[in-house]
Structure formats: structure tokens, C-alpha cells
Design a protein around this ligand. Structure first.
Ligand code: SF4
Length: 310
């Protein structure tokens, strides 16, 4: 049986996130961060794609960047992670590798010079905490198992690949008591992807109505948050927030499986809701065991304290 020897030699690939940070997460392009222009002495002008760029001109295909005087803002809810801005102005824009990008308020996705905007989102956090407490009361009888109904409301398919990855041996969300269900009547969480195509808005609302209360809605991916590249055309809406009361927003195009997992854990109260400007609750940039990295086995490994022997 070759898979037995392979398993013994390579160890268990399953992540320990969120109990421990996972070094596999930061290999993703999590989001765009902005450095202060005062540090660089540069002034940014935003432009449309195709108008030609010179020094100081950033072409963002979704209009996620805005510049007013010396202040630059990036709306992560509109960013499709094309990295064009980083290529245009690497001294001002940079890749942020953190995968914990889910937030409980739409405004919290707008970052100013690298910081999440001023005191925004505290009301949203309070509302989410109340909802989480209500949901936790019901799911406690189910040993905190959570059932998710996923609806594709006009996705390009990329988010679905990452959602499917959640059930593979690396992420293995079942270890956390999280399961996907095809019935909205069994679901606690509605996970929505896609730009909110006109034909899917009604089925989306019917799915939401069919779910028992309390229920949590997650907008997964930039398309679901704002419509992305397809925002505002005849066939799509500007994100699913126009049709449903969204509780958790997770940007990315697509979001990584760790970002999706972060959003789900945030939605069901297994991770605390964060106020604007707060730092990550888990430092995923710390080195940790990667999938397929060899793990010690046997009695020595059993005696080793948590976090050692990796
Ligand atoms: S990475 Fe995001 S913010 Fe930068 S140009 Fe692309 S869409 Fe715009």
C-alpha cells in the first residue's frame, strides 16, 4: 500500500489553523497595503486602464484606488488583486500577505495609507457579536457544528475552487465542526459568491428566507462585495449587499481558503470580531509547519509540547 508509507513519511498535512498560525497562508497575495506618500515624496494620480500611465499615475481596473491631496485610499472590497498598482508604484503600494482579511463592516475594507480607516465598524462588531451569541446558543445543542449553504450568484468559478479546497486534507474544515449542506433549512451560514447576477437575486433571497433564524450571511470575494469588474452593468448588481443583510465581508479575487475559513470562524464566533484598526488575532506570518513537511512521530512526538517537533 504505497499511500501508507507515503503518509508515514510525510506526516499529517492538515493545518492547525486557527489553533496555531500556518505558514502556508502568507504565500497568498492577501490584500493591497498603502504606504504613506509622505515617506516616498510621490504624488499619485488615479487613471483608467488604457489611458496610458506615466510616473505617478496608477491605473486601477475597478476604481478601487482614490487619491485626494496627499491621502490615498484603497477599497479592498473593489480590489481584484491584479497587482497593477504595485507594478506602477511599488514604493507606495505593496502586497499584504495576511490572510485574515474578513471584517464585519463594509466600510472597514477601505484602508487609508495602510491603516483601516478611523473608528469605523464598532457598531457592526456589536451587531455581529449579538448575532453570534444567538447562533451559538442554538448550535451548542449540535456540539457547535455549523452547516453552510453556499450559493453561487454569478461567480467566475474561482471562489468555488477555494471553497472546495476547504474540505481537502490540508484545510479539513470538518475537524472544526463545519459542514456544507445542500438544504437551506439545515443551514446556519449563507456563503455567497459571485457578482449578484440579475437572474440569481430571487433564488438568493428565497434561500435566505428558507434558512432558520438566527443566520449569518458571508459575502465571499470581491465580486460578491462590490460586483468587481462586472459592477453596475445590465446583468449584475453592485454586490450581494443590495439584496441581503451581509454580516461578514471577505475580500479577494478569489479569497484564499484561509481567508474563507477566517470569515466562517468570525461569523460563528470562534474568532472575535475585530474593530477597525485592530491587528490580526493570529500572526500568520510566523513560520510554521507547511503541508507535506515532515512531522516527528512516535512516543517522542507525543511527549513534545505543542508547537515543538514541527
Ligand atoms: S491590485 Fe487592486 S487596487 Fe491595485 S490596481 Fe489592481 S484592483 Fe486596483
Amino acid at each position: 500500500m504505497p499511500w501508507i508509507t507515503r503518509g508515514l513519511s510525510e506526516g499529517v498535512p492538515t493545518s492547525r489553523y486557527p489553533r496555531q498560525p500556518d505558514g502556508y497562508g502568507p504565500t497568498w497575495f492577501g490584500s493591497v497595503a498603502v504606504r504613506s506618500q509622505q515617506d516616498t515624496g510621490r504624488e499619485i494620480v488615479t487613471g483608467q486602464v488604457g489611458t496610458g500611465s506615466g510616473r505617478g499615475v496608477v491605473e486601477c481596473p475597478t476604481g478601487a484606488i482614490s487619491a485626494a491631496g496627499s491621502q490615498i485610499t484603497v477599497d479592498r472590497g473593489r480590489c481584484i488583486l491584479c497587482a497593477r498598482c504595485i507594478g506602477n508604484e511599488p514604493g507606495i503600494f505593496e502586497s499584504d500577505p495576511s490572510v485574515e482579511v474578513a471584517v464585519s463592516g463594509r466600510e472597514m475594507l477601505v484602508v487609508v495609507d495602510g491603516d483601516s480607516g478611523p473608528a469605523l465598524g464598532q457598531e457592526d462588531d456589536a451587531r455581529l457579536i449579538q448575532l453570534q451569541a444567538s447562533l451559538a446558543k442554538r448550535t451548542r445543542r449540535l456540539h457547535r457544528s455549523i452547516h453552510i449553504r453556499h450559493v453561487d450568484a454569478g461567480s467566475d468559478g474561482s471562489e468555488e475552487w477555494e471553497i472546495a479546497a476547504l474540505t481537502n486534507p490540508v484545510y479539513d474544515v470538518q475537524r472544526l465542526g463545519i459542514f456544507f449542506t445542500s438544504s437551506p433549512r439545515h443551514a446556519d451560514v449563507l456563503l455567497v459568491t459571485g457578482a449578484g447576477s440579475a437572474g440569481m437575486l430571487e433564488p438568493l433571497k428565497k434561500t435566505f428566507d428558507a434558512m432558520p433564524s438566527p443566520k449569518v450571511v458571508i459575502a465571499a470575494g470581491t465580486d460578491a462585495i462590490s460586483g468587481g469588474l462586472l459592477a453596475g452593468n445590465y446583468a449584475t448588481s453592485g454586490g450581494i449587499g443590495e439584496a441581503l443583510p451581509v454580516d461578514v465581508w471577505v475580500p479577494g479575487s478569489p479569497p484564499s481558503p484561509f481567508s474563507l475559513l477566517h470569515a466562517i470562524l468570525l461569523a460563528v464566533g470562534l474568532l472575535p470580531a475585530r474593530s477597525a484598526g485592530a491587528t490580526d488575532s493570529l500572526d500568520t506570518t510566523r513560520p510554521s509547519r507547511r503541508p507535506n513537511q515532515r512531522r516527528r512521530t512516535g512516543r517522542r512526538a507525543k511527549r513534545a509540547p505543542e508547537g515543538q517537533g514541527q
